[in-house]
Design a protein around this ligand. Structure first.
Ligand code: FES
Ligand code: FES
Length: 154
């Protein structure tokens, strides 16, 4: 065990924790924020996607000790114009089906639109290809991202 301090959704967090524990478990089990989901545990599905210093990461495969001092954002903490546009578009296009993958999908979409406010279909496919949806909501995800991009540019 060792103390690990980082910023989570804008607030300082200090955990006395095994530094090898995946960030996903630290946030879900130690902090109690459960919006980020466990899918594969092998950085293959994207259900656990969080932002670390504004970049999307697979939190199931990032040791919490490695993000000490960094800024972590989860689905519970996203805010601002891009996040609002994505959430609004997700509702408008009724993207979610079972919903399990959607926290990760939204986090990846917000990261994409924060970096590129006019993504092509190819840009979207590239940014989102690590986010698997067993319900195959991909067409609605793409439509919602294009719609959100328009709102961000307006
Ligand atoms: S649970 Fe992390 S990528 Fe699948
Ligand atoms: S909405 Fe069910 S897995 Fe994506």
């Amino acid at each position: 065990m060792m103390p690990v301090t980082f910023t989570l959704n804008g607030k300082p967090v200090s955990l006395d924790i095994d530094p090898d524990m995946p960030l996903l478990w630290a946030v879900r089990d130690e902090v109690g924020l459960t919006g980020s989901k466990f899918g594969c545990g092998m950085a293959q599905c994207g259900a656990c996607t969080m932002h670390v210093d504004n970049e999307p990461v697979r939190a199931c495969s990032v040791p919490v000790g490695s993000i000490a001092g960094q800024k972590v954002t989860t689905i519970e903490g996203i805010k601002g114009k891009v996040a609002q546009a994505v959430q609004t578009a997700w509702v408008k296009h009724e993207v979610a089906q079972c919903g399990y993958c959607q926290s990760g999908q939204v986090m990846s979409a917000v990261a994409l639109l924060s970096a590129n406010q006019k993504p092509s279909d190819a840009d979207i496919d590239e940014a989102m290809r690590g986010n698997i949806c067993r319900c195959a909501t991909y067409v609605r995800i793409r439509a919602a991202i294009h719609d959100a991009a328009k709102s961000v540019r307006a």
